[in-house]
Design a protein around this ligand. Structure first.
Ligand SMILES: Nc1ncnc2c1ncn2[C@@H]1O[C@H](COP(=O)(O)OP(=O)(O)OP(=O)(O)O)[C@@H](O)[C@H]1O
Length: 258
C-alpha cells in the first residue's frame, strides 16, 4: 500500500530582503495509512513549515511531496488542516460554521448536512447547532472546528497545536475525543505539538526535529500498550515515562548542538 504522505528530499528556504533562511533541509518521511505521527522539536525547527508544505499551502524550494501517491499541487479536500485558533465566523451559527468546508468544496447535500449534525452530536454539541460562536466555550469552539475539518471526510488530518490554547482538563478530554474519532475512521494524522506527553499519548510515532536547519533527528516508535490506551490512560502505561525521558534527553542534546 502506498504511504499516505511521502516527502522526498524536501528543502525549504524563506527568501528575505538580504538573505534566504533555510527552514528545513533534505527531509525524507513516509506516513502510512492510519498512522498518527507527532512532530516535536525546538521552536524554529520547521514544524509549521512542514505542515504547510504537506497542506499544499507552501511550495518547497526543492524536493517532492506526495499525498496518496499524487504530487501536491495546492490545497486539497483530501487534506484537513486544524490550527490552534478555531477561526469560526462569528456571524454564522455553529451548524453553518461546521458545514463551511462542505459548502466551499461543493459537497453540501442533505446527506452531508445530516452527517455533520451527527458529528456535532458525537462531539457533545447537541443543542448548540443554532448557537453562535461567542455563546460557546473555547473547548466547544475547538470541537466545532474539528467537526468542520472532519465533515469533508479528509483521509489526512494535519493538526498544528490544536489543543495548546485550552485549559489542561479540556485539552485532555479533546485529545481523547480526537484520538478516538480518528482511530474509528482510520484517518491518518500529523500533529505538531510542544507538549511531549501529548505527543506520546496520542501518537503511533514521535518524530523529533532539530533546527538550523530543520532536519529529522530521530523517530521514536510508541509501544503498543501505550498506543492502544486512550490518551488520558496512556500516560499511566508502563514504558510511558521511560519513553518521555528518552525523547527529552535527545531533545536536550539536540538543543545544545543547535
Ligand atoms: N514567513 C517566513 N519568512 C521567513 N522566515 C520564516 C517564515 N516562517 C518561518 N520562518 C523561519 O523558518 C524557520 C522554521 O519556522 P517554523 O515556523 O516552521 O518553525 P516551528 O518549528 O513551527 O516553530 P515554533 O515551534 O516556534 O512554531 C524559523 O527559522 C523561522 O524563523
Amino acid at each position: 500500500m502506498l504511504p499516505v504522505v511521502q516527502l522526498k528530499g524536501v528543502t525549504h528556504a524563506y527568501l528575505g530582503d538580504r538573505e534566504a533562511s533555510l527552514a528545513v533541509e533534505d527531509l525524507n518521511l513516509n506516513v502510512e495509512q492510519g498512522e498518527f505521527v507527532s512532530l516535536v522539536g525546538p521552536s524554529g525547527c520547521g514544524k509549521t513549515t512542514l505542515l504547510s508544505i504537506i497542506a499544499g499551502l507552501l511550495q518547497p524550494s526543492q524536493g517532492e511531496v506526495f499525498v496518496n501517491g499524487e504530487p501536491i499541487m495546492g490545497p486539497s479536500p483530501e487534506v484537513g488542516y486544524m490550527l490552534q485558533q478555531d477561526y469560526l465566523f462569528p456571524w454564522r451559527s455553529i451548524l453553518d460554521n461546521a458545514i463551511l468546508g462542505l459548502e466551499l468544496t461543493g459537497n453540501l447535500t442533505e446527506e452531508s448536512r445530516k452527517r455533520t449534525l451527527e458529528l456535532l452530536r458525537e462531539m457533545g454539541l447537541e443543542g448548540k447547532e443554532h448557537a453562535f460562536p461567542n455563546q460557546l466555550s473555547g473547548g466547544m469552539r475547538q470541537r466545532v472546528a474539528l467537526v468542520r475539518t472532519l465533515a469533508t471526510n479528509p483521509g489526512l488530518l494535519l493538526l498544528d497545536e490544536p489543543f495548546s490554547a485550552l485549559d489542561y482538563q479540556i485539552k485532555l478530554q479533546l485529545e481523547d475525543l480526537v484520538s478516538e474519532t480518528l482511530r474509528s475512521r482510520g484517518t491518518t494524522a500529523i500533529l505538531v505539538t510542544h507538549d511531549l506527553s501529548e505527543a506520546i499519548a496520542v501518537s503511533s510515532s514521535v518524530i523529533l526535529l532539530q533546527r538550523n536547519p530543520g532536519k529529522i533527528r530521530k523517530v521514536f516508535s510508541v509501544p503498543e500498550q501505550i498506543r492502544s490506551a486512550p490518551p488520558l490512560f496512556a500516560r499511566d502505561q508502563p514504558g510511558f515515562s521511560e519513553l518521555f525521558h528518552e525523547i527529552w534527553k535527545e531533545m536536550e542534546i539536540a538543543g545544545r548542538e543547535s
